[in-house]
Ligand binder design. Structure first.
Ligand SMILES: *[C@@H]1O[C@H](CO)[C@@H](O)[C@H](O)[C@H]1NC(C)=O
Ligand SMILES: *[C@@H]1O[C@H](CO)[C@@H](O)[C@H](O)[C@H]1NC(C)=O
Ligand SMILES: *[C@@H]1O[C@H](CO)[C@@H](O)[C@H](O)[C@H]1NC(C)=O
Ligand SMILES: *[C@@H]1O[C@H](CO)[C@@H](O)[C@H](O)[C@H]1NC(C)=O
Ligand SMILES: *[C@@H]1O[C@H](CO)[C@@H](O)[C@H](O)[C@H]1NC(C)=O
Length: 545
């Protein structure tokens, strides 16, 4: 049953796992004040936690006290390599449920006959119920709440649920939300950013850039619809689970969430577009990427070093179970890879792939970022998950992207709009389209040039994404935040923020003035006509005389 449950919810996992490592030493000075920080990251997707982990570890390096509620407690190995005495885990890990790695079945990915937005919302909603329940009913979490322990600040994920706001309310401390992907439509709304509907294709839409009039209409409607569903159907579930464990007397969870001091987003304008964010929305795209490129395992190094003709790197991330690839699609891949005069390195978690040509190296696990940085790697064939895509951008490798679900479409489309990637459609994939895409990557220098330019712009920042996130976290710890950093639009009603009320009154006034002018003109014309007629009467009567 858990497997079936997992099957229904796993599609919502929006970001892939990518190889990750972290420098031992903090790159900045120790903080002046030791903060007590509570992190609440209850989602089951490992790729989400991979975005939070470097920040948590770095905060611990800097001497802050961390209590981390998650499904990903530090492993014994990690603790042995580097003990972090101020990092304390509260594990939500359930042996039966496990966490989500290699679970997405490619046969079922497009098997639903309902619109994407409905399907995705349904998945997100079922997953939200499960994770929320697991977290709030956890006895250790409850003990922590009852202990009355005080924290300086809280870190909470911004994703598919507001239910952790119950804990935020209990601890009554300022908090930072972290989004591991492009902002969810409801987060956009809560931050008062709804104007971006006119130029940023939202999550669930799969719309291209730039958008036509009709596409903008779909975009706006999707944002309105999904936000409305979140603030009703999702909200009812969140509130009822929260009330069950921490009620009665809980405030409306939405009003708590509206009080967020900061939002960290795992995007960067160079890829996802220049969005006008208020000062409390901080872009930390690429925060998970290690500052160092590590040496490659010997066999991979040899393979890449000798591949002067160029290498195509193929990896669909940690979520997709590549073994569920339908036979016809697998044959397309094998055929195209065999036909190109290049080498191919392929991540595949099962042993045998039949009919494989000699230019292809298959491995169950690959150090992705280190491979992407090898000068002979000329193309990254991936699925558009944000972690992998960010690594591809950072390394300056042109990409072929084949999105499957979640935010992968919007990420892939954004990279394509920057000229650094080509998007191919999995459902209609054939040898011809894939061959065309591969030819473009290797034989059209435009993609390589754009990828290099994009990489330069992506990496060139006042401070690294990790330093940025740490700085703003400590800024909040120093007590400088609300009300200064937040947009005043954030707690306005939708009508007020978008000037709908003002526009309505102005439109009424315009109509009224048109009407008044019209009446006045009519009156003047009528008078003039009457005068003329009187005049005419006068002359005609004179003539008659
Ligand atoms: C981190 O530091 C510890 C000792 O403090 C050391 O044993 C370990 O090898 C270091 N790890 C890395 C990746 O540098
Ligand atoms: C950490 O940095 C200090 C100086 O800032 C240096 O002395 C030490 O060797 C570094 N440790 C590691 C494990 O890199
Ligand atoms: C909002 O946050 C401040 C502290 O950051 C707190 O004093 C206030 O009670 C919070 N309001 C709500 C509705 O949670
Ligand atoms: C690129 O061009 C060369 C020479 O015209 C050709 O042999 C090759 O198949 C083309 N495609 C790729 C992916 O290299
Ligand atoms: C927005 O916040 C201000 C002060 O923080 C408050 O006075 C006002 O009532 C709030 N508006 C709404 C719609 O909640």
């Amino acid at each position: 049953m858990w497997i079936a449950r997992a099957q229904t919810v796993l599609l919502c996992l929006l970001v892939i796992l990518a190889s990750y490592s972290h420098a031992n030493n903090s790159t900045t000075l120790k903080s002046e004040k030791r903060l007590k920080i509570l992190a609440i990251f209850a989602h089951l997707g490992k790729s989400h936690f991979d975005v939070f982990k470097p920040l948590l570890v770095e905060l611990a390096h800097r001497g802050h006290d961390l209590t981390v509620i998650s499904h990903f407690p530090r492993t014994e190995q990690a603790t042995a390599e580097e003990p972090l005495p101020t990092y304390k885990d509260i594990s939500l890990l359930d042996g039966k449920l496990g966490v989500f790695v290699n679970v997405v079945d490619l046969n079922s990915i497009n098997a639903f006959g309902v619109p994407v937005v409905i399907r995705d919302l349904y998945m997100l909603h079922s997953m939200s119920g499960i994770t929320c329940e697991i977290c709030l009913k956890n006895p250790e979490v409850k003990r922590l709440v009852d202990s009355g322990e005080k924290f300086d600040l809280l870190l909470v994920e911004s994703f598919n649920s507001n239910c952790y706001m119950a804990l935020v309310h209990k601890f009554n401390a300022p908090f930072i939300e972290i989004s591991t992907h492009q902002l969810m439509t409801w987060a956009i709304d809560d931050l008062g950013l709804s104007n971006e509907a006119s130029y940023i294709p939202a999550m669930f839409t799969r719309l291209p850039r730039p958008m036509s009039f009709f596409q903008r209409m779909i975009n706006a409607a999707t944002i309105l619809f999904s936000t409305m569903v979140f603030h009703t159907v999702f909200h009812w579930q969140d509130q009822s689970i929260a009330n069950k464990y921490y009620g009665p007397g809980l405030p409306d969870l939405r009003s708590v969430s509206n009080n967020a001091s900061f939002m960290f987003v795992n995007t960067h304008y160079s890829v996802h577009g220049a969005i006008s964010f208020p000062p409390n929305v901080i872009e930390v795209g690429g925060i998970h990427i290690s500052p160092k490129v590590k040496p490659l395992p010997a066999n991979i190094k040899k393979f890449l070093d000798e591949a002067h003709e160029g290498v195509l790197y193929f990896n669909l991330g940690s979520m997709v179970k590549t073994a569920t690839m339908p036979e016809d699609k697998l044959n397309v891949l094998i055929k195209v890879f065999a036909s190109i005069p290049r080498k191919v390195i392929w991540k595949w978690e099962v042993n045998e792939i039949p009919k494989l040509s000699s230019n292809v190296l298959v491995q169950k696990w690959l150090p992705q970022y280190d491979i992407l940085n090898h000068p002979n790697v000329k193309c990254y064939f991936g699925h558009g998950g944000l972690l992998g895509l960010s690594e591809g951008v950072q390394a300056g490798v042109p990409m072929i992207l084949m999105p499957f679900y979640g935010d992968q479409y919007q990420n892939a489309i954004a990279a394509q709009a920057r000229g650094a990637a080509l998007v191919v459609n999995f459902a209609t994939l054939d040898a011809e389209t894939l061959m065309h895409a591969v030819d473009e990557m290797f034989n059209n220098t435009r993609y390589n040039e754009n990828a290099k330019k994009l990489s330069k712009a992506y990496r060139d920042r006042p401070s690294t994404p990790l330093e940025t996130a740490v700085w703003w976290t400590e800024y909040l710890g120093r007590g400088n935040a609300l009300p200064y950093v937040r947009s005043e639009a954030a707690n306005m009603s939708w009508c007020q923020r978008n000037l709908i009320d003002v526009m309505l009154v102005l439109a009424l006034l315009a109509l009224l003035s048109i009407y008044v002018s019209f009446r006045a003109l009519k009156y003047i014309l009528a008078r003039r006509k009457k005068k003329q007629e009187e005049g005419n009467d006068g002359t005609s009567s004179k003539k008659r005389d």
